[in-house]
Design a protein around this ligand. Structure first.
Ligand code: BES
Ligand code: MN
Ligand code: ZN
Length: 495
């Protein structure tokens, strides 16, 4: 979908469809009122008939409205005028995208950004709309032998908006598109099955990303990881025939002396649980256990497209977690790169075992902050469901920044505590630390384990086990938290 921005009178636009908003109770947005005036009250008359549901996100396609140049008018319900919120706006844009996809309009003029949402300016409204509209065109048919082809949908869309700072609007739309591109990359990698998206595949995808953008990439092989002493990470790979990879990305948009933000993404390309084998039902979904890694790659794509002035390092420990003759066994003790020994009481708690070595490796970059992203615990889904990522941090200012990035992007996180009381749940009789805690607070004890390896810098952990993908009829990767991470880096770059 190609985007442009222009100021104009909605009734005169000759696009295949004009998209305008209406409030519950028959109030019209500025653009809808312009159409209503041009059509001698046709819009108000339709609304009075009650065909457009007053619930936010309902839509009604009108054809051949008199006095309106465009052949179609898409009315989108915004709910009550005094209850506008980020969510209402996003839902309305999403509903418009869906209605446009099912029409033969070909191109559209989008006038939904002309409403006041508390605390959100026009650039925000445009960036969100561009992201949601473009993201709605994502398809995953790579592995289908016949691709679905549709003549319907929108190829071009013009945002109808006026602002004294035209450049700010251009930037906003470009940023929305860039986030959608990052989301698409993360979704595609997430959706690919474990027999295609192996650690080697992730390394190749990282190389391709680096080739297409101003990004440098380095891949460490098993022998390199052995030399570094990454005994914890390597213990997870032992049961698998797929060689592990450690992917390092550098994006240098900032000044040479600027300390980088380091993003660490869990890249378990299939998590069978290892010797502590998972039950069979739904095990296919453990192909999504590399969504943290995918979100790092997607975020790099987005920030490189935006040419953000910031330095970012990406670290992706990539491996399978499989049972096998030489797999790590419950009770085995391994030595991490930090020197701390770990008693592996459950081989299914493998995410923290690969992350801890990546977090130790991160120290060498003297980071401004480190954020790890991982589908780490089922317990986090129990706590927060699928709508929200779990956020845990050793620095409250960093946590607050990430919470705000979540709010602004709509890709929300919520903080859980990692107080010292919880550290007492991690005790081993034989090693420095066990890889699982005592019963309860599973998302927190996982983060407390990681906290033992992040003392050298400001660190936050995002447990994305809930939001990373959807199950059931809509099964598929969501690409989250690419929007949150990108927003975080946009705000950091602006400092
Ligand atoms: N990848 C899983 C976490 C997970 C489970 C994410 C279900 C999404 C849906 C992780 O490696 C895991 O298996 N965690 C265990 C930890 C437990 C053994 C302490 C879990 O959450 O059950
Ligand atoms: Mn596991
Ligand atoms: Zn896992």
């Amino acid at each position: 979908m190609e985007f442009t921005i222009k100021a104009g009178s909605p009734e005169k636009l000759k696009n295949g469809c004009v998209v305008v908003g209406a409030f519950a109770g028959g109030d019209l947005t500025v653009a809808a009122r312009a159409l209503d005036n041009a059509s001698d009250g046709a819009i108000a008359a339709v609304l009075a008939q009650g065909d457009l549901d007053e619930k936010a996100g309902s839509t009604l396609m009108l054809h051949a409205v008199r006095g309106v140049a465009a052949p179609r008018v898409l009315l989108v319900s915004l709910g009550k005028a005094d209850a506008l919120s980020d969510k209402v706006y996003r839902d309305a844009v999403g509903a418009a995208a869906k209605a446009l996809a099912g029409s033969a309009a070909g191109d559209a003029a989008f006038c939904l950004a002309d409403i006041d949402i508390p605390g959100r300016d026009l650039p925000w409204r445009l960036a969100q709309a561009a992201q949601i509209l473009k993201d709605s065109t994502y398809r995953c048919d790579e592995l289908k032998s016949k691709k679905e082809e549709s003549k319907k949908g929108i190829k071009k869309l013009v945002f109808v908006a006026r602002h004294k700072d035209a450049a700010a609007l251009e930037t906003a739309v470009l940023r929305g598109e860039a986030v959608a591109d990052g989301l698409a990359l993360a979704k595609t990698l997430g959706n690919l099955p474990g027999n295609v998206c192996t650690p080697g595949y992730l390394a190749t995808a990282a190389k391709k990303l680096a080739k297409d953008h101003k990004i440098k990439v380095e891949i460490l092989e098993r022998a390199d990881m052995e030399k570094l002493g990454m005994g914890s990470l390597l213990s997870v790979s032992r049961g698998s025939h797929e060689p592990p990879k450690f992917i390092i990305l550098h994006y240098k948009g900032g000044k040479a002396k600027d300390k980088p933000v380091v993003l660490v993404g869990k890249g378990v390309t299939f998590d069978s649980g290892g010797i502590s084998l998972k039950p069979g039902e739904g095990m296919d979904e453990m192909k999504y256990d590399m969504c943290g890694a995918a979100s790092v790659l997607g975020t790099f794509k987005a920030i490189a497209r935006m040419e953000l002035p910031i330095n970012v390092v990406g670290l992706i420990p990539a491996t399978e977690n499989m049972p096998g003759g030489s797999a790590t066994k419950p009770g085995d003790i391994v030595t991490s790169m930090s020197g701390q020994t770990i008693e592996v009481l459950n081989t299914d708690a493998e995410g923290r075992l690969i992350l801890c070595d990546a977090l130790t490796y991160a120290e060498r970059f003297d980071p401004a902050a480190v954020v790890d992203i991982a589908t780490l615990t089922g317990a986090c889904i129990i706590a927060l469901g699928n709508a929200t990522s779990g956020l845990m941090a050793n620095d409250d200012a960093l946590a607050a920044e990430l919470l705000a990035s979540g709010q602004a992007s709509g890709d929300k996180a919520w903080q859980l505590p990692i107080w010292d009381e919880y550290q007492e749940m991690l005790k081993s009789n034989f090693a420095d630390i066990p890889n699982i805690g005592t019963k309860g607070a599973g998302a927190i004890t996982a983060a407390c384990f990681l906290a033992r390896f992040t003392k050298a810098y400001k660190w936050a952990h995002l447990d994305i086990a809930g939001p990373a993908w959807k199950s059931g009829a809509e099964k598929g990767s969501t690409g989250r938290p690419v929007p949150l991470l990108t927003q975080f880096l946009i705000d950091r770059a602006a400092e």
